[in-house]
Design a protein around this ligand. Structure first.
Ligand code: GLV
Ligand code: GLV
Length: 326
């Protein structure tokens, strides 16, 4: 068993690979590898452990002459051509669950930061503009008792919503299926996207990026958003039309936005960078010490299981496995 890892991950994961595999080659540089470096790396390898920053497209996948398994060190797998992998009988796995709370917590950090102008206030104070307490200084938005709209009520969306307990919020959600937990625990209501946009004071996005969710929030949707609302995105940047968002923020039709993800990472829209009512983070939803270690262990275990012909704990394309067994 030979594997290629596209970037150094926490040791706990690498140790598992080293124990189980004959060869573990880790991309030696502290940067995102270029596509041709990934293609080079997977030559003669049975397994690939990759990150969300790696474009694992048809060209890359078809260059893996012995490739049997792809383990993604992330929950989202929109960077991998899963269809092509499935067609070639390659097992694809990911690391959801272990990052649910970390990501939900970061979404709350953004929500509080935007509502109460935390980052703007810090910049203001550091730059020496603070001249003493003032009745009208940096007024923000009430959180307790307001309406929270969750777009996508999967693991992370559910965890995010449940953390609103104590804030006495009215919770709405937009999701394909009914979420019993949210309805029972929070009295949440399943609504249409339009109703969610029109009624929510805070909107948080927790969907995977797919062709259906690409630009789900565009100019038309932003025009429906309740005036003065806040939008948080910790999912994938391209779910929001960034240009339209920048316009809505600039015109102050919405109060603010908190973003951890961008349409063309690591590029950040220049218009957004100029605005004070948006908080911009460098894709750190899962970035806690504990979670990154758990992700490393899970990604390594997923890869080893796949290579041994066992079903990994989190399989993105189980139909491949079932066919291999079949
Ligand atoms: C992070 O964005 C992930 O999908 O794990
Ligand atoms: C990701 O883990 C999700 O299901 O929300």
């Amino acid at each position: 068993m030979k594997v290629f890892v596209t970037r150094k991950i926490p040791e706990e994961g690498l140790k598992i690979l080293e124990k189980e595999c004959d060869e573990v080659q880790v991309f030696p540089h502290d940067r995102i590898p270029k596509k041709k470096e990934i293609i080079e790396g997977i030559k003669g390898k049975d397994g690939l452990l990759c990150l969300l920053t790696d474009p694992i497209d048809k060209e890359v996948i078809s260059s893996g002459d012995r490739l049997k398994a792809i383990s993604i060190y992330a929950a989202g797998y929109d960077n991998v051509d899963v269809k092509e992998a499935t067609r070639r009988g390659i097992i694809v796995s990911n690391t959801p669950d272990v990052l649910t709370d970390a990501t939900a917590e970061l979404a709350w950090a953004l929500l509080f930061a935007v509502a109460r102008r935390v980052v703007e206030g810090d910049r203001f104070t550091r730059s020496g503009k603070f001249r003493g307490w003032s009745p009208l200084l940096m007024l923000g938005k009430r959180i307790s008792g307001s309406t929270l709209g969750i777009i996508g009520a999967g693991r992370i969306g559910t965890a995010f919503a449940l953390k609103s307990k104590g804030l006495n919020m009215k919770v709405l959600y937009y999701n394909r299926s009914k979420n019993e937990v949210l309805e029972k625990e929070l009295g949440a209501r399943k609504v249409s996207l339009e109703d969610l946009l029109k009624q929510s004071d805070f909107i948080s996005i927790h969907l995977p990026l797919t062709p259906e969710t690409h630009h789900l929030i565009g100019e038309k949707e932003l025009s429906m958003v309740k005036k003065g609302a806040v939008i948080i995105n910790t999912a994938r940047g391209a779910i929001i039309d960034e240009k339209a968002l920048a316009k809505a923020l600039k015109e102050k039709r919405i109060f603010g936005a908190g973003l951890d993800v961008y349409e063309n990472e690591p590029e950040v829209n220049e218009e957004l960078k100029k605005l004070d009512n948006v908080v911009l983070l460098p894709h750190i939803g899962s970035a806690t010490f504990e979670t990154r270690v758990k992700m490393a262990i899970l990604a390594a275990e997923n890869l080893v299981a796949s290579l041994k012909g066992k079903k990994p704990k989190y399989c993105v394309n189980p139909e491949v496995f079932d066919k291999l067994r079949g």
